[in-house]
Design a protein around this ligand. Structure first.
Ligand SMILES: Cc1cc2nc3c(=O)[nH]c(=O)nc-3n(C[C@H](O)[C@H](O)[C@H](O)COP(=O)(O)OP(=O)(O)OC[C@H]3O[C@@H](n4cnc5c(N)ncnc54)[C@H](O)[C@@H]3O)c2cc1C
Length: 498
C-alpha cells in the first residue's frame, strides 16, 4: 500500500507496454511506478540525434490510427495520438526493383492493381485476387477491448461483426509463406516484391494484413516520429501522477511463496509493491528476473523451436542525404552480394525519411538502409570480440554505402553515414532476445504464439509486452499493458470494462 492507502503497481520496463500499463493502472486508482533501465523511456519505440539529424527508428506504420477502431481509443487513452494528430503524407507501402523493373504497393489499391496488371498482364487473375483479398484484410481488427480469454460469446460476436471476410484471407493466404505467394506470379519483379518486406518464411497472410493496414488508412505515421510518441505517453503518465525512475534497472523480482513482494534494483534497492507487471522481454524475465521454471509452456516451445518461431531484427545504417533525392519512401533492390557471418545477402532496402522535415536540417533528409537479420545473424554478431564487432560494423556500413550509391548514382559524394547499429544493439539497449524488435514470427503450419499474461505460481505478477502475442509490434505492446491491468482487476473481482 502507498501512503495514500492505494495499492501500488510496479512496472518493469518503460517501453510502450510498460507506459500503457502505467496509465491504465493509474486510471483504475492504483499508484504506479515505472522502473526503466535506460536514461530515457520508449524502449524499441525510439529515435536519437546524430550530427544535427534525428534518426527515427520505429514507426513505419501505427496500426490504430483509424478513429473508428477500438485500438484508436487505446492510443488516445495513453496519449499517443488524438483528433489533432498530424500524419505523414506518404503514398505507398513500398516499391521493389528487379532486373530494371519497378513495382509498388500503393496505398491506393486501384492504382496498385492497374500498375501490376500493366507490368504483367499474364498475372492478371492472381493480381486481382491479391487485391480483392487485401480489401478483405482491411477488416482485420486487433482485439483491444479485453484479453481474448476474458471474452464471452457476445464479445466474440461483436468483434467478428465487421470481419466476415477474414476467414477467407486466412484460408487462402494463411497456409503459404511470402516466398510461396511470390511463386504464384510469373513476373520476376512481382515475385520479388511479395517476399521483400517480411522475411520470406512469414505467412503470406501477414503481408496482406500489413498492407491492408496502410490501404485502409488505419496505419498512418504520426509526425515527429517514434521517440516523440513515446515521450507523449510518458508525459501523460506523469501528468496523471505516475512516477518514472530512469537508469533504474531491475535485477530481480522478489518471490516469497506464491507471491512477489516487489523488486530489487541493480543498485540493491528493494522496492515493495502489491502487484508487479513485467513489461520487459520475456526471455529476460524468465531466467534473469525470475526462475526460468515459471515460463509458460507456449513460450518454452517457441524458444526451443527456433526454425518454427524465428525472430526478426536488422542491421541498419542511417545517412544524411539531400532532400531532393528521387527515391520515395521504401525501395528494395538487388545488390552485389554482402556476406555477414554464414549468410549472404543480395537485396537491401532504403527508406527515405524526407516526409518529416523535423528529422533533418533544411534541404537535407535522412535515409536508412536495413538488412533484415534473424537468429543465425544474431549468433554471428554475438560471436565477435569487441574489436571485431566495431570493425565489422564499419566495414558493412561502407559496403552498404557503396551499394546505395551504385543504385542511386545521384547520391555520389552527397551521402554521409550518420550511424549504424546491429541486432546486438537491440539486445544491449532493451535486453531484446536475439536483438528482436518484433515478437515470434508465425510460420506456416505453426500456431500463432500467444500466452495469457499471468505467471502460474506467482499470483500477483503479470506480463505485458510484445511477446505475449505474435506478431508483436506497437499495437500488441499497447494493448498488453491495458490487459495486464484488466487481469489485476479481474482477480480483485472488479469490472474489467475499462
Ligand atoms: C526498426 C524498427 C521498426 C519497427 N517498426 C514498427 C512498426 O512500423 N509498427 C509497429 O507496430 N511496430 C514496429 N516496431 C516494433 C515496436 O517498436 C515494438 O514491438 C514495441 O516498441 C515493443 O514494445 P514493448 O514495450 O513490448 O518492448 P520494449 O520496447 O522492448 O520495452 C521494454 C523496456 O524494458 C526495459 N528494460 C529491459 N530490461 C530491463 C530491466 N532489467 N529493468 C528495467 N527496464 C528494463 C527496456 O530498456 C525497454 O525500455 C519496430 C521496431 C523497430 C526497432
Amino acid at each position: 500500500m502507498s501512503q495514500a492507502g492505494k495499492e501500488k503497481v510496479i512496472i518493469i520496463g518503460g517501453g510502450i507496454a510498460g507506459l500503457s500499463a502505467g496509465i491504465y493502472a493509474l486510471k483504475e486508482g492504483f499508484d504506479a511506478e515505472i522502473y526503466e533501465k535506460n536514461p530515457i523511456v520508449g524502449g524499441e519505440c525510439m529515435g536519437w540525434n546524430r550530427k544535427g539529424y534525428h534518426i527515427d527508428n520505429c514507426i513505419h506504420w501505427l496500426t490504430g490510427t483509424d478513429r473508428g477502431t477500438g485500438l484508436w481509443q487505446v492510443w488516445k487513452t495513453v496519449g499517443a495520438i488524438d483528433e489533432n494528430t498530424e500524419y505523414a503524407k506518404t503514398s505507398k507501402f513500398y516499391s521493389s526493383r528487379f532486373e530494371g523493373r519497378e513495382v509498388t504497393l500503393w496505398n491506393d489499391l486501384d492504382k496498385t492493381q492497374a500498375e501490376l496488371i500493366a507490368e504483367s498482364p499474364e498475372d492478371e487473375e492472381e493480381i486481382r485476387k491479391f487485391i480483392e483479398y487485401v480489401r478483405y484484410a482491411e477488416e482485420c481488427v486487433i482485439p483491444s477491448i479485453k484479453p481474448l480469454d476474458m471474452m464471452g460469446i457476445r464479445d466474440y460476436i461483436e468483434m467478428g461483426k465487421g470481419m466476415a471476410n477474414m476467414p477467407k484471407v486466412m484460408k487462402e493466404y494463411g497456409k503459404i509463406n511470402c516466398k510461396q505467394l511470390g511463386e504464384r506470379f510469373k513476373s520476376p519483379v512481382i515475385r520479388k516484391m511479395m517476399s521483400d518486406y517480411l522475411p520470406e518464411q512469414y505467412t503470406a497472410y501477414s503481408l496482406l494484413v500489413s498492407y491492408a493496414t496502410m490501404t485502409s488508412g488505419n496505419g498512418n505515421i504520426p509526425m515527429k516520429g517514434s521517440l516523440a510518441m513515446s515521450l507523449r505517453i510518458a508525459d501523460k503518465f506523469k501528468e496523471m501522477g505516475g512516477v518514472i525512475h530512469t537508469s533504474a534497472g531491475v535485477k530481480e523480482i522478489i518471490v516469497k511463496g506464491k507471491r512477489t513482494e516487489g523488486v530489487k534494483l541493480e543498485d540493491g534497492t528493494v522496492v515493495k509493491a502489491d502487484h508487479v507487471i513485467s513489461a520487459v522481454d520475456t526471455d529476460f524475465l524468465f531466467g534473469r528476473l525470475i526462475d526460468r521454471k515459471y515460463m509458460p509452456k507456449e513460450l518454452v516451445k517457441a524458444y526451443e523451436r527456433r526454425d518454427a518461431y524465428p525472430v526478426t531484427t536488422g542491421f541498419q545504417a542511417a545517412y544524411a542525404i539531400p532532400s531532393d533525392f528521387s527515391g520515395e519512401d521504401t525501395i528494395f533492390f538487388d545488390v552485389d552480394p554482402i556476406t555477414i557471418g554464414t549468410r549472404t545477402f543480395k537485396r537491401i532496402s532504403v527508406k527515405n525519411y524526407s516526409y518529416d522535415p523535423s528529422f533533418a536540417p533544411e534541404g537535407r533528409a535522412v535515409l536508412q538502409a536495413n538488412l533484415i537479420q534473424t537468429d543465425a545473424d544474431y549468433d554471428f554478431w554475438n560471436s565477435l570480440s569487441r574489436e571485431e564487432y566495431v570493425q565489422k560494423k564499419a566495414e558493412l556500413s561502407e559496403e552498404i554505402t557503396k551499394r546505395i550509391v551504385k543504385e542511386f548514382p545521384e547520391l555520389e559524394g552527397k551521402i554521409e553515414l550518420l550511424d549504424s547499429w546491429s541486432p546486438l544493439t537491440y539486445n544491449r539497449y532493451c535486453n531484446a532476445y536475439h536483438g528482436s524488435y518484433m515478437g515470434f514470427v508465425t510460420t506456416v503450419g505453426n500456431k500463432q504464439m500467444r500466452f495469457k499474461g499471468v505467471v502460474k505460481g506467482i499470483d500477483n505478477l503479470y506480463v505485458a509486452g510484445q511477446w505475449v502475442m505474435s506478431p508483436g509490434g506497437l499495437p500488441i505492446a499497447v494493448i498488453s499493458g491495458k490487459f495486464a491491468v484488466q487481469r489485476i482487476l479481474k482477480k480483485q473481482g472488479r469490472s474489467i470494462e475499462i
